[in-house]
Design a binder for this molecule. Structure first.
Ligand code: PEP
Ligand code: MN
Length: 368
């Protein structure tokens, strides 16, 4: 059972103390306080766990400080949608809205290689009026002898470049808890020029200790990639780990699943799950066409199949696109074969705009 508290209640409020001590006395019930950080204020929710079916909803609702009561009807207690759940979804970060109604483009480098390429990428993104990018510093690779990313050493010039080009948010994969501190320190040393969304890669979707560490910090939102060989339910449960530790600023990313049934694509594209994830949870949903399709193949109609897949995700209501670009894909150290060029960025942005408009028209068509 979730108790949504009166929005005037603050962390040090006497009413919050009284309410919690009352609830602690309920038999076979454990309570957990959860803070929802909004752009204007911090809201409080209390989760009652245990024998809640015996509780009288009206009685709980009448307690001082309780505004609404939601019965939990899904395993995903915090991120899930429950029956009669009118809670809002999404969050704002660095002044940018991430929700099930917004759409943000994160075009950028799969892996940071040279300072020059980082600069060219940031300039191209900024020229399109975009404020977000992707930059891989820590790269989990299948082969131990492959380039593993520059790690912490590239962070100073990546963040400096972001600041210079007015880029507000960088999606950056972390593969170890220590990377959170490295990023924090590099941001501070650079004067906090931008924000970072911490990406959990598909190889780490069920790295529960990493999830717990990312969940314990609330400074950085997290983009969780769907696991490539597990069910959707298992991946959403992984997202719930982040929230259960305290960080509910989570974006869920579809990136295809590994099976030869997806041939000739790198993975089986799973963007039909965009509405399914939005239906089951309150998370914004991202698509990663680059790692799903994995190649630049031109279809019969003259459009790259990578772009067809992007359009499929956007027209299904995706809220974020994570996509590989590179100033010179032939020299990219990771995933050059799937990277779009900077010259292709303006038309890509226009294509997304057209497809998003079609999605909005579809929503209007089915309203009422
Ligand atoms: C990436 O986005 O750079 C990446 C490695 O993706 P995934 O974890 O989906 O393979
Ligand atoms: Mn990649």
């Amino acid at each position: 059972m979730i108790l949504i508290l009166d929005s005037t209640i603050q962390s040090n409020d006497q009413r919050l103390e009284l309410l919690q001590s009352h609830l602690r006395q309920l038999p076979n019930i454990k309570i957990k306080l959860h803070q929802v950080t909004g752009s204007q204020q911090t809201l409080h929710e209390i989760y009652l766990i245990g024998d809640t079916h015996r509780l009288d909803e009206a009685e709980i609702c009448a307690l001082d400080g309780v505004e609404r009561v939601i019965r939990i009807s899904s395993d995903y207690r915090i991120l899930g949608r429950h029956d009669s759940d009118q809670r809002s979804n999404g969050f704002s970060y660095q002044g940018i809205r991430f929700s099930q109604d917004s759409l943000q483009i994160f075009a950028g480098l799969c892996a940071v290689d040279t300072a020059e390429h980082v600069d060219q990428m940031m300039a191209a993104v900024a020229a399109e009026g975009l404020q977000c990018t992707r930059m891989g510093a820590y790269k989990p690779r299948t082969n131990p002898y492959s380039f593993q990313g520059h790690g912490a050493s590239c962070l100073p010039w990546v963040f400096e470049s972001a600041g210079r080009h007015g880029i507000k948010v960088i999606a950056m994969e972390v593969t170890h808890e220590s990377h959170i501190t490295e990023i924090e320190q590099a941001l501070a040393a650079a004067g906090d020029p931008c924000g970072v969304i911490m990406q959990v890669g598909t190889r780490n979707t069920q790295n529960f200790e990493l999830l717990k560490a990312l969940g314990r910090q609330r400074r950085f939102p997290v983009l969780l990639k769907r696991g490539f060989g597990i069910t959707l339910d298992e991946s959403i449960n992984a997202a719930e780990y982040l929230a259960s530790e305290g960080n509910d600023q989570v974006i869920f990313c579809l990136r295809g699943v590994k099976t030869n049934l997806g041939d000739p694509h790198r993975n089986l594209v799973d963007f039909a799950h965009v509405p399914a994830v939005k239906d089951q949870t309150r998370m914004p949903v991202c698509i990663d066409p680059s790692h799903s399709v994995g190649r630049r193949h031109q279809s019969q109609d003259g459009i790259l199949d990578l772009l067809h897949a992007t359009a499929q995700g956007v027209i299904a209501g995706a809220n974020m696109i994570l996509i590989d670009f590179h100033p010179d894909p032939a020299t990219a150290l990771v995933d050059g074969a799937q990277a779009l060029t900077l010259a292709e960025l303006p038309r890509f942005v226009e294509d997304v705009r057209l497809t998003r408009a079609a999605y909005e028209q579809r929503v209007a068509l089915y309203k009422n």
